[in-house]
Design a protein around this ligand. Sequence first.
Ligand code: GDP
Ligand code: ZN
Length: 482
Amino acid sequence: MGAFTCPPKPRTATLRTILDNKSKERLDSGLILWFPSPQSFTGEDCLELHVHGGVAVVSAVLTSLGKFPSTRQAEPGEFTKRSFLNGKLDITEVEGLADVIHSETEVQRKQAYRQMTGELSALYNNWRDIMIRSCAHVEAYIDFSEEENIEDDVISTVMTSIADLISQLESYLTDGRRGERLRDGVHVAVLGRPNVGKSSLMNYLTKRPVAIVSDVEGTTRDLIESTLDINGYPVVVVDTAGLRETGDKVEKEGVARAISRSELCDLLIIMVDISEDNSSDSILTLIGQQVHQLLDQHFQAERDLKDKSLLIVVNKVDKLDSPALQSLTCRTRGAEAISDSKNISDSSAKGRTTSPSSVQDVDSTESGILKVDVLGSPVPVVFTSLTHSIGLHHFLAELTQLLAALCADPTSECLSVTQARHRTHLDNCLDFLREAIESLDTDVVVAAENLRLASGEIGRITGRISTEDILDVIFKEFCIGK
Ligand code: GDP
Ligand code: ZN
């Protein structure tokens, strides 16, 4: 405060001349904002100087500030750390703030904002309070059960509330990791035989030529990865080497990488090209055959494809003849787009016609999207031509729906686990609660101890119980000045 000739009005921007601390030379004119304790971000007195952004101005002001006895540059995350230490934010709110700063898509931002503003804290603190209260009741029972003023039903009341907590935690934790996936990004692989148009799709998604498109089979050999925002969802998409048996050593390695990367992905886009097929089977049969062949050849279906979302993209529809498409148009949204397109009206492709009866195999849902059965589940099919820009809106719409199903919905009432760190403590907490409820009948001392340990796990999430190393990791994520 000694620096002010007269203190500015709190929390109001005021135009002032900034003088050098020693020489009193005028360094700049700028806005200052004065946040007296405790109504500041850190809870401490805080003065913001808004000066002109030139290198010399900033350096002169910093040099002058350096002449104060106790000034130094803030460390990364120091403001936020002080805010935590002064009880302004708890750890989940700090993590939420970091996530808000780092969020790259709209849906991610929404989830992070809820966490920053304390919605997760409120949920966790409520749970912790119930555990602490239950623990206190059990301890009172231990201490005073000989005396008559403790009610007999204390234990059964505690049991009911712990059982309720256990079921709340169980359902909270079985969320398919949607919140964590939204925070970290959905991993998507584009798979298919060589030359079906995988790299073209990758380039369409990234809006730039990240992958080489060529009619030479085996062009893409290594994984090509890109981070994208698809209608607000964060996606890490990877283009892969075409799946085929090959003698080429490098290509073989590419195929192996494609398969092992797919195992880590949440969503597989399976691309097929039926324009080269001359058989008289219906389009749907052809699609089904190609997809199954591909999967059978390269995956151990039960193990590798369990829990994965799939999307089938039938590309190069510009090469299909009109009758073949006509058979699909009446029932499917994707195909409608195709026949609407002038590009294929005079298609001179292979001349394969499909009888109108083939629509019978088409399992078209309410939305009009075609589905093919893969391993007992209906998988959506979209029709595209990447060279003729056909069906791409439908592809994106379908992809977005799948992404939405894989991610938490931050506009819903329900909250989601957002980080593996939280999940670990919640899992531990659940274990202690189960121990507690089992021992309530037999050994109340053990039950009380387990309740204390359970509440401690929640305390570790919110930072009520913290260790320096956890704090270091969390605050290091921030940049200087936050
Ligand atoms: P990848 O091997 O699966 O990655 O396939 P590419 O994206 O490299 O494409 C292989 C060839 O097919 C290239 O010559 C592309 O121009 C061509 N191609 C890609 N999509 C289409 C399409 O929708 N229609 C037609 N006619 N050709 C396409
Ligand atoms: Zn490719």
